[in-house]
Design a protein around this ligand. Structure first.
Ligand SMILES: NC(=O)c1ccc[n+]([C@@H]2O[C@H](COP(=O)([O-])OP(=O)(O)OC[C@H]3O[C@@H](n4cnc5c(N)ncnc54)[C@H](O)[C@@H]3O)[C@@H](O)[C@H]2O)c1
Length: 349
């Protein structure tokens, strides 16, 4: 099952299948026939997974990055670039990221900067990476001020979403990935019964197809692509709290789930949506085993501060919201309403 991201000469395929990783050698030979060296970027725990039988068919070296979010910092970018230099990689060689969204984000950023940009292929092994992070070309790392504050657009040359690798994904990460899947189902107006009836491959494929369609029309987030940030204004604020070490342990998809339930309530408070819309959001989020409530102890003012710093905002409070005309970006949302709905969703004064 293949989905094409149409971006002119930068178009590429996303392969979704059990065992898709075994296509890596053929994909490199096909789309990068001049590549002589590959640098595989992964983490130590993934290297020891039973499915880690990755081969590129060309000279390979390996660089290990820290597990999960800890990989997303500038020092790790420098480590990857140094490993590429040490391996003598040229502009025609390839970086292969094998891992979740944190690994594909940091490896993608390193690929965007090494020799001013070389090819990257993502072998996405988490649900978040398969349905979201590995597709669309956004790369980046965190700074002490927040998530993804340093990054670039750098499209991969191919993405392999191997659903077999998901067998070893911890249940919590799996559910978190479904947070992004639920977002796609809501954006397409799909019901909870459709979500429950879909196989894993179908869920991944639906999310990838939606993202590919949107990215093909709006690569650099001029408008349409912002829709993919549904639920993300609150999610990023919650993650900023998490990063600041304030006794909050949240995964991206878990934060997105809370952000979706919050966005529905904010739309209702603004008169754009009714109780039925809120119910649909809650049902889908809960069907994925995720929480709609902001965890206890999170303070309204901390969230407001983080939201104002959101990359999508322009010195105001901006949300993607359900409206009678469809889901769209709404700017200048009154702070009093944002505050009131944060309290309704479990944040504290
Ligand atoms: N670039 C984008 O467009 C985009 C979109 C969404 C999310 N993201 C980013 O992606 C990151 C979240 O991605 P994530 O949820 O994959 O987190 P992650 O990369 O931190 O992975 C979560 C954990 O799962 C482990 N893991 C991954 N695959 C596994 C497997 N098959 N078996 C066992 N363990 C496995 C990882 O080692 C890690 O410990 C965040 O940094 C987020 O900002 C980026």
């Amino acid at each position: 099952m293949k989905v094409r991201v149409e971006l002119g000469e930068r178009s590429y395929d996303v392969m979704v299948a059990e065992g898709a990783r075994h296509d890596l050698t053929a994909v490199i030979a096909d789309i990068l026939p001049d590549a002589r060296r590959a640098l595989i970027v992964t983490s130590d725990s993934l290297r020891h997974q039973p499915w880690f039988d990755i081969t590129t068919g060309i000279a390979e070296s390996l660089v290990l990055v820290p597990e999960g979010e800890a990989a997303k910092n500038f020092e790790v970018v420098a480590d990857i670039v140094d490993a590429a230099s040490a391996a003598g990689m040229s502009r025609r060689d390839v970086i292969v990221a094998v891992g979740g969204g944190a690994t594909t984000d940091v490896a993608g950023f390193a690929a965007a900067t090494y020799l001013r940009g070389i090819a990257v292929i993502h072998v996405a092994t988490s649900l978040v990476a398969q349905v979201d992070a590995a597709v669309g070309g956004k790369t980046g790392v965190n700074t002490k001020f927040g998530k993804n504050l340093m990054g670039s657009f750098h499209q991969p040359r191919a993405v392999l979403c191997d659903t077999e690798t998901l067998a070893t994904l911890p249940a919590r990460d799996f559910a978190a990935g479904d947070g992004e899947v639920v977002k796609c189902y809501l954006l397409e107006g799909r019901s909870v019964s459709e979500f429950l009836a879909a196989s894993l491959e179908e869920r991944v494929l639906r999310a990838v197809a939606l993202k590919a369609r949107i990215v093909s029309q709006d690569e650099r987030e001029g408008g349409l692509r912002a829709l993919l940030n549904y639920g993300h204004t609150l999610a990023h604020a919650l993650e900023a709290e998490s990063l600041a070490g304030r006794d909050l342990d949240l995964e991206h998809g878990e934060a997105v789930a809370m952000g979706l339930a919050y966005a529905a309530r904010l739309a209702r408070a603004l008169g754009y949506a009714d109780d039925e819309v809120v119910r649909q959001h809650d049902e889908l989020v809960e069907a994925a085993g995720l929480s709609i409530r902001i965890p206890a102890g999170v303070r309204v003012n901390d969230l407001l501060e983080a939201m104002a710093r959101d990359k999508k905002a322009h010195h105001d409070l901006t949300f993607v919201l359900w409206t009678p005309e469809g889901i769209r970006t709404v700017s200048n949302v009154p702070v009093a309403t944002v505050r009131e709905v944060l309290l309704e969703c479990g944040a504290q004064l």
